[in-house]
Design a protein around this ligand. Structure first.
Ligand SMILES: C[S@@+](CC[C@H](N)C(=O)[O-])C[C@H]1O[C@@H](n2cnc3c(N)ncnc32)[C@H](O)[C@@H]1O
Length: 359
């Protein structure tokens, strides 16, 4: 048995410091979520140093709450404080990662997930004891947060960065082909592609009412006649040899039956068709993920959502960190050929698997 005198005190002290940091950073993350959801970062991004009253007025919020939140942001070193005049400022170097104007660099959006995960913690604790999982229906804001993040990414990168990863795909889309997106969520990927390539036809599949109804409303608002959305459990997709190009964005690792879905995709492609699978960039081997820049985030996502929603459906619970080695194996098991696994500068989360169906 280890006694207190056997331990390396330096190591223990360093760990205690790290744990204090963890607790502080977790607290900051929750406050960042509030700053994002109330619009405070956006408002402050456009303001000179201001008092809590001026900031609250500009954001149309209650001053007492705003002042307490500002205190937390100041001690987190996110917002600067000047005691003379009691003014607060969001430095431009920080605004570059915290406001809507930052586009895909807006890291504050991701903080919203932690509050959402808190909502299901009791049920997850229960699942640790009894097995099973937590169904999608228990995550009231999941589609909205996910849609917000993927809209940001797809608006900025779909046409100029993501599609050109697939050799010749932009030209084919310009000419006119049939495209499907699997697990389309709120459908921004489809709508952005459909708007950019009016001669091609696009279908988004998802089993979330909230997902595809938001997607349809957006397609209507944008006046798109080449984008449709279908309510479909993609593990039961029976379409054969129909699509020239299929995509999935962040939508395979949380499938209850991922192998079946990948097979359905392979079957739905025309011979010679292409499937672009965008999914987590991590290793299947835990020891290779130690230095992953967002390793803890990925495992938290898995336990608090991705693995758990799949287990709730009686699935395998592949988990967010299934890894590129297993992904490649599962893709190849369907008969698809993995041509290349690419990465995109600035995207530390995803690998881009470019696969083809043999002609
Ligand atoms: C992590 S979200 C990604 C959504 C979207 N692709 C994006 O990037 O915003 C995964 C999506 O897959 C959908 N999904 C999961 N399993 C599904 C299934 N068996 N059939 C249809 N959709 C499914 C979920 O409803 C959810 O919208």
């Amino acid at each position: 048995m280890t006694t207190i005198s056997d331990i390396d005190q330096g190591k223990a002290d360093a760990f205690a410091d790290r744990m204090m940091g963890v607790l502080n950073d977790a607290s900051t993350a929750m406050m960042v979520s509030l700053g994002h959801r109330t619009g405070l970062f956006n408002v402050m991004g456009d303001m000179p140093p201001s008092t809590s009253q001026q900031i609250a007025d500009a954001a149309k919020l209650n001053e007492r709450y705003v002042r307490e939140w500002l205190g937390g942001m100041v001690v987190s070193r996110i917002i600067d404080y000047t005691p003379d005049g009691k003014t607060y400022a969001l430095p431009p170097e920080h605004a570059a990662f915290m406001t809507q104007a930052a586009g895909t660099d807006n890291l504050a959006t991701f903080a919203q997930f932690f509050a959402l995960f808190g909502l299901v913690e009791d049920q997850i604790v229960d699942s640790f004891h009894k097995g099973g999982g937590v169904p999608y229906s228990q995550y009231p804001t999941f589609q909205k947060i996910m849609g917000e993040i993927s809209s940001m990414v797809h608006d900025a990168s779909m046409v100029d960065t993501i599609l050109p990863l697939v050799p010749g795909m932009t030209e084919k889309l310009e000419h006119g082909i049939d495209v499907a997106d699997i697990g389309c969520g709120q459908g921004r990927a489809i709508n952005v592609m459909a708007r950019a390539f009016p001669k091609s036809r696009f279908v988004g599949y998802d089993f979330s009412d909230e997902g595809f109804s938001t997607a349809r409303a957006e397609a209507n608002a944008w006046g798109l006649t080449n984008a449709t959305f279908e309510a479909q459990d993609v593990s039961d997709l029976t379409v054969k040899g129909k699509y020239d190009f299929m995509t999935s964005f962040d939508a395979i690792h949380d499938q209850a039956k991922p192998g079946q879905v990948l097979q359905a995709i392979a079957d739905a492609l025309k011979p010679g068709g292409t499937y672009l699978m965008v999914d987590e960039d991590a290793s299947t081997h835990l020891e290779k993920n130690l230095d992953h820049p967002i390793g803890p985030l990925l495992f938290a996502f898995s336990v608090f959502h991705c693995m758990t929603v799949a287990l709730a459906l009686g699935g395998e619970g592949l988990g967010t960190v299934w890894g590129i080695e297993l992904a490649q194996e599962m893709l190849e098991a369907t008969g698809l050929k993995v041509e290349e696994i690419k990465r995109v500068d600035g995207d530390i989360e995803n690998s881009y698997f470019i696969t083809t169906k043999p002609s």
